[in-house]
Write a protein that binds this ligand. Structure first.
Ligand SMILES: Nc1ncnc2c1ncn2[C@@H]1O[C@H](COP(=O)(O)OP(=O)(O)OP(=O)(O)O)[C@@H](O)[C@H]1O
Length: 84
């Protein structure tokens, strides 16, 4: 996976095509949601699903944007690339 989602990308470039995604087993729990193993467009991926409950919505969106902004500047073999 070489593609990194960045705030300056157009929606068409980062929007997930749900028809190409198969979600498989649960692999982890985070502070803001759950992570599943999956296949996207033939590639193995980690699928992070945010819990956007009312009480968390504003803070979740803020943290999500912070995480994505940080990811745009990270390139390392031990750090997952954001695909969509
Ligand atoms: N790319 C990945 N490959 C394999 N497992 C993953 C991957 N991403 C997340 N996980 C698993 O899912 C768990 C939760 O991931 P998540 O990114 O949500 O953690 P977090 O950063 O602690 O949570 P949050 O960002 O919601 O506070 C991880 O501890 C790990 O076990």
């Amino acid at each position: 996976m070489n593609k990194i989602w960045c705030a300056n990308m157009k929606k068409q470039e980062w929007e997930l095509d749900a028809s190409k995604l198969t979600v498989k087993k649960l692999i982890g729990l985070g502070g803001f949601g759950v992570v599943y193993k999956g296949i996207y467009n033939g590639k193995q991926v980690a699928v992070k699903v945010f819990d956007l409950g009312d009480e968390k919505k504003n803070s979740t969106e803020e943290v999500f944007m912070q995480e994505v902004s940080a990811w745009c500047n990270l390139q390392h073999s031990n750090i997952s690339k954001v695909l969509n």
